[in-house]
Design a protein around this ligand. Structure first.
Ligand SMILES: CC(C)(COP(=O)(O)OP(=O)(O)OC[C@H]1O[C@@H](n2cnc3c(N)ncnc32)[C@H](O)[C@@H]1OP(=O)(O)O)[C@@H](O)C(=O)NCCC(=O)NCCS
Length: 98
Protein backbone atom coordinates (compact mmCIF):
# COMPACT_ATOMS: atom_id res chain seq x y z
CA UNK A 1 0.00 0.00 0.00
CA UNK A 2 1.24 3.51 -0.75
CA UNK A 3 1.74 6.05 2.08
CA UNK A 4 -1.37 7.82 0.76
CA UNK A 5 -3.50 4.67 1.32
CA UNK A 6 -3.95 3.39 -2.22
CA UNK A 7 -3.47 -0.38 -2.50
CA UNK A 8 -1.86 -1.73 -5.65
CA UNK A 9 -2.73 -5.02 -7.33
CA UNK A 10 -0.67 -7.16 -9.67
CA UNK A 11 -1.60 -10.76 -10.38
CA UNK A 12 -0.62 -13.86 -12.27
CA UNK A 13 -2.39 -17.22 -12.24
CA UNK A 14 -0.40 -20.28 -13.31
CA UNK A 15 -1.23 -21.06 -16.96
CA UNK A 16 -2.71 -24.47 -16.08
CA UNK A 17 -5.19 -22.92 -13.66
CA UNK A 18 -6.59 -20.10 -15.80
CA UNK A 19 -10.28 -19.88 -16.75
CA UNK A 20 -11.38 -21.69 -13.57
CA UNK A 21 -12.28 -18.73 -11.40
CA UNK A 22 -8.97 -18.42 -9.55
CA UNK A 23 -8.44 -14.88 -10.83
CA UNK A 24 -12.01 -14.01 -9.88
CA UNK A 25 -11.44 -15.25 -6.30
CA UNK A 26 -8.11 -13.42 -6.06
CA UNK A 27 -9.56 -10.07 -7.15
CA UNK A 28 -12.40 -10.50 -4.64
CA UNK A 29 -9.86 -11.28 -1.90
CA UNK A 30 -7.73 -8.29 -2.92
CA UNK A 31 -10.74 -5.98 -2.62
CA UNK A 32 -11.55 -7.40 0.83
CA UNK A 33 -7.89 -6.97 1.88
CA UNK A 34 -7.88 -3.39 0.58
CA UNK A 35 -10.90 -2.64 2.80
CA UNK A 36 -9.30 -4.42 5.78
CA UNK A 37 -6.11 -2.37 5.36
CA UNK A 38 -8.14 0.84 5.56
CA UNK A 39 -7.11 1.89 2.05
CA UNK A 40 -9.49 4.22 0.23
CA UNK A 41 -8.75 2.81 -3.21
CA UNK A 42 -7.44 -0.19 -5.15
CA UNK A 43 -5.42 0.68 -8.24
CA UNK A 44 -3.67 -1.22 -11.00
CA UNK A 45 -2.41 -1.04 -14.54
CA UNK A 46 -3.14 -3.49 -17.33
CA UNK A 47 -1.98 -3.81 -20.94
CA UNK A 48 -4.68 -2.63 -23.37
CA UNK A 49 -4.63 -5.97 -25.22
CA UNK A 50 -5.22 -8.01 -22.02
CA UNK A 51 -8.97 -8.48 -22.56
CA UNK A 52 -9.32 -11.34 -20.02
CA UNK A 53 -7.82 -9.25 -17.22
CA UNK A 54 -9.73 -6.10 -18.18
CA UNK A 55 -13.06 -8.00 -18.17
CA UNK A 56 -12.17 -9.59 -14.83
CA UNK A 57 -11.46 -6.22 -13.21
CA UNK A 58 -14.57 -4.60 -14.72
CA UNK A 59 -16.71 -7.45 -13.33
CA UNK A 60 -15.43 -6.52 -9.87
CA UNK A 61 -16.37 -2.88 -10.23
CA UNK A 62 -13.03 -1.40 -11.17
CA UNK A 63 -13.28 1.36 -13.76
CA UNK A 64 -10.89 2.44 -16.45
CA UNK A 65 -9.54 5.82 -15.36
CA UNK A 66 -7.08 6.60 -18.08
CA UNK A 67 -4.41 5.53 -20.49
CA UNK A 68 -0.67 6.01 -20.15
CA UNK A 69 0.29 6.46 -23.80
CA UNK A 70 3.58 5.01 -25.11
CA UNK A 71 4.66 4.69 -21.47
CA UNK A 72 6.60 1.44 -21.00
CA UNK A 73 9.69 0.70 -23.09
CA UNK A 74 10.00 -2.95 -24.12
CA UNK A 75 13.22 -4.80 -24.87
CA UNK A 76 12.40 -4.82 -28.60
CA UNK A 77 12.27 -1.02 -28.69
CA UNK A 78 8.46 -0.73 -28.68
CA UNK A 79 6.70 1.73 -26.37
CA UNK A 80 3.52 0.19 -24.92
CA UNK A 81 0.41 1.91 -23.62
CA UNK A 82 -1.02 0.96 -20.22
CA UNK A 83 -4.61 1.23 -18.97
CA UNK A 84 -5.05 2.65 -15.46
CA UNK A 85 -7.90 1.03 -13.50
CA UNK A 86 -9.19 1.70 -10.01
CA UNK A 87 -11.88 0.94 -7.47
CA UNK A 88 -12.70 3.77 -5.05
CA UNK A 89 -13.83 2.43 -1.68
CA UNK A 90 -14.33 5.78 0.02
CA UNK A 91 -16.88 7.93 -1.79
CA UNK A 92 -17.82 9.97 1.30
CA UNK A 93 -14.65 11.88 2.22
CA UNK A 94 -14.52 15.29 0.56
CA UNK A 95 -12.97 15.38 -2.90
CA UNK A 96 -10.85 18.09 -4.48
CA UNK A 97 -12.62 21.47 -4.54
CA UNK A 98 -11.04 22.28 -7.91
C1 LIG B 1 -5.64 -12.39 -16.00
C2 LIG B 1 -5.58 -13.64 -15.11
C3 LIG B 1 -5.00 -13.26 -13.76
C4 LIG B 1 -7.03 -14.14 -14.93
O1 LIG B 1 -6.99 -15.27 -14.06
P1 LIG B 1 -8.03 -16.50 -14.25
O2 LIG B 1 -7.86 -17.38 -13.09
O3 LIG B 1 -7.88 -17.09 -15.60
O4 LIG B 1 -9.42 -15.70 -14.17
P2 LIG B 1 -10.88 -16.34 -14.09
O5 LIG B 1 -10.82 -17.82 -14.30
O6 LIG B 1 -11.53 -15.87 -12.84
O7 LIG B 1 -11.62 -15.62 -15.28
C5 LIG B 1 -11.10 -15.77 -16.61
C6 LIG B 1 -12.19 -16.28 -17.53
O8 LIG B 1 -12.61 -17.58 -17.11
C7 LIG B 1 -14.03 -17.56 -16.93
N1 LIG B 1 -14.36 -18.46 -15.83
C8 LIG B 1 -14.31 -18.19 -14.51
N2 LIG B 1 -14.72 -19.26 -13.80
C9 LIG B 1 -14.99 -20.23 -14.72
C10 LIG B 1 -15.44 -21.56 -14.61
N3 LIG B 1 -15.70 -22.13 -13.42
N4 LIG B 1 -15.61 -22.26 -15.74
C11 LIG B 1 -15.36 -21.70 -16.94
N5 LIG B 1 -14.92 -20.43 -17.10
C12 LIG B 1 -14.76 -19.72 -16.01
C13 LIG B 1 -14.36 -16.14 -16.60
O9 LIG B 1 -15.72 -15.83 -16.90
C14 LIG B 1 -13.42 -15.42 -17.52
O10 LIG B 1 -13.95 -15.42 -18.83
P3 LIG B 1 -13.91 -14.12 -19.76
O11 LIG B 1 -12.46 -13.77 -19.90
O12 LIG B 1 -14.51 -14.57 -21.04
O13 LIG B 1 -14.69 -13.05 -19.07
C15 LIG B 1 -4.76 -14.78 -15.78
O14 LIG B 1 -5.24 -14.98 -17.08
C16 LIG B 1 -3.28 -14.51 -15.82
O15 LIG B 1 -2.55 -14.76 -14.86
N6 LIG B 1 -2.81 -13.96 -16.96
C17 LIG B 1 -1.39 -13.67 -17.13
C18 LIG B 1 -0.92 -12.55 -16.24
C19 LIG B 1 -1.81 -11.35 -16.35
O16 LIG B 1 -2.26 -11.00 -17.45
N7 LIG B 1 -2.06 -10.72 -15.21
C20 LIG B 1 -2.85 -9.50 -15.13
C21 LIG B 1 -1.93 -8.32 -15.17
S1 LIG B 1 -2.82 -6.79 -15.01
Amino acid sequence: MTPYRVAGLGMLVDAGWRGLGVGDALVGAAIDATRDLGAHKLALQVWPHNDVARRLYLRHGLVEEGLLRRHYPRRNGELWDSVIMGLVLDETSPGSPF
